[in-house]
Design a protein around this ligand. Structure first.
Ligand SMILES: Cc1ncc(COP(=O)(O)O)c(C=O)c1O
Length: 368
């Protein structure tokens, strides 16, 4: 079977260092918020180009704790994209704000910046652009549109190491949320996340709130939750961070192989604009037609594909009544029907990619 994503080859490539890091933690007797978490916070913040990093339990918690810094009140609006993983949306709801959707661009699949201005109201307090599939939203342009008073939270769950005009995603807005879920470009072997910011007050708030609002074992100065990053994940992530650029470069080479081989009259890759250094968290492309039949055809050849995201958030059963019904999201609806994620991870071989690409071309050419 050719898996859409296989995590074992990456473990095998770095297993000596990873096993040693795990052993050191197990022997240390300190398993949560210890020296590895502190070191990883510094190393990852410095890699992205931010002053402060606070390790938390997941990307969802990172989004929620970041939004919590904005002191949002009921009725405050937070703009985001409907074409993202559910946590982007649920985090906004969790802090009691009202999510507002802006449709996506049909070629980049990123929030359509041309539409942001129309979505701004007197109640808009923040915006959460998502650097989807490792592509990068132009945050500087977004800042010009929203002005200085709307907080920008970058959802970087899929964009570790991606940059625009030389600036890393996660370093440009007011605050950023990263996920270290195993499949991410930088992934651990369990859940993990981090909030990055240059604002010391925000960082301090997140630091307090990730552990009950505690300043010492007997004093609690604010509301908080339990969202700690554990030492094992931090130790593993420290090893993998050293190889992130190398793994991302390989993803870029592999993306170019797909791009060169796939017949773009039938299947169109995600547009990466000039100045963007994308890191291809997944390789998602748009089929001109017959997406579901293509997926079945590939399955018959033992090629696993996937769809991110088959059902727009606005149509999810649990969220239907939470969504402004007046807003039309035609591009998201269309892209959801035509998008397909092909087998892709940094250790997949060029030969396997060629087999997948040829199988797709064969499917479409038979049709003519
Ligand atoms: C765009 C986006 N935002 C947020 C998250 C949430 O991250 P986590 O699964 O670590 O909570 C994910 C992960 O699936 C994601 O893809």
């Amino acid at each position: 079977m050719i898996w859409r994503c296989d995590l074992v080859p990456q473990y095998e490539a770095y297993q000596d260092e990873i096993n040693e890091a795990i052993q050191r933690v197990l022997r240390s007797g300190r398993y949560v918020l210890g020296e590895n978490v502190a070191a990883f916070e510094e190393e990852f913040a410095s890699y992205i180009g931010c002053q402060c990093g606070v390790g938390v339990n997941s990307g969802t918690d990172a989004l929620m704790l970041a939004l919590w810094c904005f002191n949002l009140q009921k009725g405050d609006e937070v703009i985001t994209t409907p074409f993202t993983a559910i946590p982007t949306y649920s985090a906004i709801r969790h802090v009691g704000a009202t999510p507002v959707f802006v449709d996506v661009d049909p070629a980049t699949f990123l929030m359509d910046l041309k539409q942001v201005e129309k979505a701004l109201t007197a109640k808009t307090r923040a915006i959460v652009p998502v650097h989807l599939f490792g592509n990068v939203v132009d945050i500087e342009k977004l800042r010009e549109i929203v002005g200085p008073d709307v907080f920008i939270l970058e959802d970087c769950a899929q964009s570790h190491g991606a940059s625009i005009r030389g600036k890393m995603s996660g370093s440009i807005g007011d605050i950023a949320a990263f996920s270290f879920y195993p499949t991410k470009n930088l992934g651990g072997y369990g859940d993990g996340g981090m909030v990055l910011t240059n604002c010391k007050d925000f960082a301090e708030m997140v630091r307090l709130r990730r552990m009950y609002g505690m300043i010492n074992k007997d004093e609690f100065i604010t509301d908080g939750i339990n969202s700690r990053l554990d030492e094992l994940q931090a130790a593993i992530l420290r090893v993998k961070l050293r190889y992130l650029d190398q793994m991302n470069r390989r993803r870029q080479e592999l993306a170019t192989i797909y791009e060169n081989l796939l017949d773009d009259s039938f299947i169109k890759p995600q547009l990466v604009k000039d100045g963007v250094n994308a890191v291809y968290h997944v390789y998602s492309t748009l089929c001109t037609e017959r997406r579901d039949e293509l997926m079945m055809y590939l399955e018959g050849k033992n090629i696993q594909t996937n769809v991110y995201y088959p059902m727009p958030l606005s149509q999810q059963r649990g969220y239907k009544n939470t969504f402004q019904t007046s807003v039309e999201l035609p591009v998201t609806a269309e892209v959801s029907k035509r998008i397909i994620a092909l087998p892709f991870y940094s250790e997949i071989s060029a030969e396997t990619l060629a087999f997948v690409a040829n199988s797709i071309n064969e499917f479409y050419h038979r049709m003519i």
